[in-house]
Design a protein around this ligand. Structure first.
Ligand SMILES: CC(C)(COP(=O)(O)OP(=O)(O)OC[C@H]1O[C@@H](n2cnc3c(N)ncnc32)[C@H](O)[C@@H]1OP(=O)(O)O)[C@@H](O)C(=O)NCCC(=O)NCCS
Length: 177
């Protein structure tokens, strides 16, 4: 298996939809609509084409990751950041390093594009391996109730979150269904 990561193409959209649906079918924290979230975000202002990435094995698409624009807001001061969501790997390809490759490549591209940080809501057993720490450590809080260990942030540039505290503002597409 040789995994490659590349930007999604128009013709991948239906494949990605089905992939995300299938990947989340047995996931612990899933509402079963992550595939619709991807489609909504793709049409939103928060979408960054270079940061909707697929993992391929030969001609097959086996994983997908999406980073979209968010804001961290504190007393009218708004700082741009990114949300990593969702990340999906087909069940038969899980635990083979595909998700890790998507996260690492995504963080690298985000940094190259000039983004300074990324926020993720996810497993505290998974994301710290890429350098994510509790967002609470930066005094960055979610706009909803969630265990603090699941709400994480990473600086793409040293100290980029040092003076950025506040509440994460997700694009409205996150809350529609
Ligand atoms: C979570 C997911 C993206 C990880 O991708 P992957 O390619 O399977 O993971 P990798 O091969 O890169 O990494 C494997 C490691 O992740 C861990 N892992 C896999 N799924 C996990 C999950 N849902 N929660 C926590 N850890 C998980 C494995 O235990 C393994 O840990 P180890 O390296 O300590 O042995 C993938 O399993 C998936 O699509 N799951 C269903 C959808 C989902 O839950 N997405 C939410 C992400 S927050």
């Amino acid at each position: 298996m040789t995994i490659h990561i590349r930007q999604e193409k128009n013709e991948d959209i239906d494949i990605i939809y089905n992939l995300v649906k299938k990947s989340f079918e047995n996931a612990e924290h899933s509402d079963g609509t992550e595939q619709d979230l991807v489609n909504r975000l793709r049409k939103s202002k928060s979408f960054i084409p270079e940061l909707s990435l697929v993992a391929t094995d030969g001609n097959s698409i086996i994983g997908h990751i999406l980073f979209t624009k968010i804001l961290i807001e504190n007393n009218n001061k708004k700082t741009e950041s990114l949300a990593l969501a969702p990340l999906a790997v087909l069940p038969e390809y899980q635990n083979k390093g595909v998700g890790s490759k998507l996260v690492k490549e995504g963080l690298k591209i985000a940094k190259e594009l000039g983004y300074k940080s990324v926020i993720v809501l996810g497993s505290e057993k998974y994301y710290p391996r890429f350098g994510f720490i509790k967002a609470k450590n930066f005094e960055i809080i979610p706009p909803f109730e969630v265990p603090s260990e699941n709400f994480m942030a990473i600086e793409l540039e040293k100290d980029s979150l040092k003076n950025v505290s506040g509440t994460v503002i997700y694009s409205k597409e996150f809350f529609e269904n």
